[in-house]
Design a protein around this ligand. Structure first.
Ligand code: HEM
Length: 591
């Protein structure tokens, strides 16, 4: 018999099989045949109905003057005192009885079919992992003091499971913790796991999944990724911002020089890097006026919202996402905080977009050759205009149209993503230092959760059920002794240099022992820009300054404790002395 799965339209507008079941879709035709062909159950249902109807007949006779044992005494004792209403109160209405019986029979009938159907399915061959409790699964194992990537790595090694299965709340979760299993997820079954699971962040902060990062796999996401490749990060646009980037780089070295009092005072490195990164990305994404607002009250409010956005969007922190029937309680208050962050973001995004739209229309009206895009928002505005003739306000829909919310969600994702790049000579050692840093401390230790679009059987015969959350523990992969046999915990950039044990290993998604940007379809679209930008910054900071820890502080005193959110950062920012290495006039501001 041919199997006809039901389909439902997903939130991305794609048609999907529904309902998804362990081990395969429900066969509706098959089920209907079984219902029709089960004489025992029909006989039983018929019996219940017949009994209800007979009861109804009895009650009818009583109303017409007959009697039955339960009511006979009162009727005979004082017929005049028995009204129709008092009789009704003494026994349940026969129609209600009939309805209740039919309902119970219906529920039993459904259960008697569904339960055996599910039991008879082949049991899933899940990868090894902790068993977990009913309702919460293994959520409690991630609630300790260890950040989730470390707790998951410890569990994987305890269970000897480079591909580990556990239940978190109501969901199957599969975690890849070795180069081999990362390859399974990000390459061999890339398409099957290219989705993102529904997340409050995507729904609330990203305008109902209208950005890129949280957007489900489908036509809208493909459109957004194409924009990244052909427009937003195109070499043409990157080149265009060369001069601005150089100016920001000089501003960074000057700021470190000034706040470090020429090497006499300690500087908080993160503050300077944060400000540099933000100004850079704001300049590229939103334009000069908005990057110079960084530091003003409005820029400061935006920065705080960004930090709060990262803090509330951790990969596994929101209990309501794992136990959906508890979601309405918002036990940790995270959804409330996300809603407030979204209001803040949207206020800022609306200002930015309105200003760009006004400016764009004015320039086009005055001189058409001045209408060229000046920044990423301009690019998006132009694309939306080509798409729908200048109407930016369609309600969000499932098509690939770039709506007003879509523009805001995409540039917001890009600003959150970070910064961009400059062209650099080949700086092999700097490059090795960056790789080694990202091997030991990836910014997104669990990448961004993937989601199984369909039931998949992976190497070893393990089942990954449709709907499972699929995590790649880049932090564990980067420390796996099987891939990094030579002192995996030690910081040794030389391993990446010529003759080193990891010579030739890079972060472009082809070497699965080093995946700080992911790999495959959902790989970070800006990895190239990010690498170059980081090289440029590091090169300038070590070229311009000799760095040392403040007096009385040893390397062991630097805390490497991590603060978790969407990305990981140091809980205690590093402070250091930056002694200028170049003639003082080279630190002067030059615009
Ligand atoms: C050190 C810098 C960066 C690191 C380590 C990094 C890392 C990542 C990782 C791990 C992912 C998820 C990959 C996966 O799920 O398999 C990702 C996705 C993404 N990144 Fe980055 N990223 C960086 C910089 C940037 C920058 C500068 C931007 C934008 C200007 C950006 C934009 C994005 C976007 C839009 C996605 C979502 C891709 C998708 O879901 O299709 N990232 N990044």
């Amino acid at each position: 018999m041919s199997r006809q799965p039901c389909t439902l339209r997903g939130r991305d507008g794609e048609w999907r099989r529904w309902p998804r079941r362990r081990g395969g879709e429900v066969d509706v035709v098959h089920m209907a045949v079984r219902v029709a062909a089960s004489p025992l159950l029909w006989w039983w249902l018929f019996g219940v109905l017949r009994w209800s109807l007979l009861k109804r007949g009895d009650a009818g006779r009583r109303r017409r003057g007959g009697f039955t044992s339960s009511s006979s005494i009162s009727i005979r004792t004082c017929p005049a005192s028995v009204t129709r209403h008092s009789q009704k109160a003494m026994e349940p209405a026969p129609t209600t009885m009939a309805m209740v019986s039919v309902l119970i029979s219906f529920v039993l009938l459904v259960l008697s079919f569904v339960v055996p159907l599910r039991r008879r399915q082949k049991p899933l061959n899940l990868p090894a992992g902790p068993k977990g409790w009913p309702v919460i699964g293994s959520l409690h194992l991630l609630a300790g003091s260890l950040p989730p990537h470390r707790a998951l790595a410890a569990l994987a090694s305890r269970h000897g499971a480079p591909l580990m299965h556990l239940k978190l709340g109501s969901f199957h979760v599969v975690v890849a913790s070795s180069a081999g299993t990362a390859r399974l997820v990000l390459k061999t079954h890339d398409l099957a796991f290219a989705d993102r699971p529904p997340a409050a962040w995507g729904a609330i902060i990203a305008y109902g999944y209208k950005g890129i990062v949280q957007t489900p796999y489908g036509s809208y996401w493909r459109m957004a990724r194409k924009l990244c490749a052909t427009e937003l990060f195109s070499p043409r646009l990157v080149d265009k911002f060369e001069r601005a980037r150089m100016a920001e780089m000089r501003a960074l070295t000057r700021a470190v020089f000034v706040s470090g009092a020429g090497g006499r005072a300690a500087v908080t490195v993160r503050e300077h890097l944060m400000s540099f990164t933000m100004r850079n990305i704001l300049r590229m994404a939103l334009g000069e006026r908005w990057s110079s607002s960084y530091g003003s009250a409005e820029g400061e409010a935006f920065r705080r919202s960004l930090e709060e956005g990262f803090a509330v969007s951790g990969t596994v922190s929101n209990v309501g996402e794992w136990v959906p029937w508890l979601a309405w309680l918002d036990l940790q208050g995270l959804v409330g905080r996300m809603k407030r962050v979204h209001v803040e973001f949207d206020r800022f995004n609306e200002m930015v977009l309105d200003e760009h739209l006004k400016d764009h229309r004015r320039r086009r009206a005055v001189a058409s050759d001045d209408a060229a895009a000046r920044d990423l928002v301009d690019v998006l505005v132009q694309l939306a205009e080509e798409d729908d003739g200048g109407q930016y306000d369609q309600p969000p829909d499932t098509s690939t149209r770039l709506t007003r919310d879509g523009i805001k969600a995409i540039f917001q994702d890009i600003i959150s993503g970070g910064t961009e790049t400059t062209d650099l000579p080949d700086l092999a050692y700097i490059d090795a230092v960056l790789k080694e840093t990202m091997r030991l401390h990836p910014v997104g230790p669990l990448l961004i959760p993937h989601h199984a679009r369909e039931h998949t059987v992976v190497a070893g015969g393990y089942d990954i059920p449709a709907g499972a959350r699929v995590l790649v523990n880049a932090w564990a992969v980067g420390r796996d002794p099987a891939s990094w046999p030579e002192s995996p915990e030690a910081f040794r950039p030389e391993r990446f240099l010529a003759g080193g044990s990891a010579e030739g290993v890079d972060v472009r998604g082809a070497h699965f022992q080093l995946v700080p940007f992911g790999a495959g379809r959902r790989m970070c679209p800006a990895y190239n820009l990010a690498m170059k930008e980081m090289s440029a910054t590091l090169a300038n900071l070590v070229h311009g300054f000799s760095w040392r820890l403040p007096e009385g502080m040893a390397a062991e005193d630097v805390s490497l404790e991590e603060a978790m959110g969407l990305s990981v950062s140091l809980k205690e920012p590093v402070v250091a002395i930056a002694e200028p290495r170049l003639p003082v006039h080279l630190y002067a501001a030059v615009e």
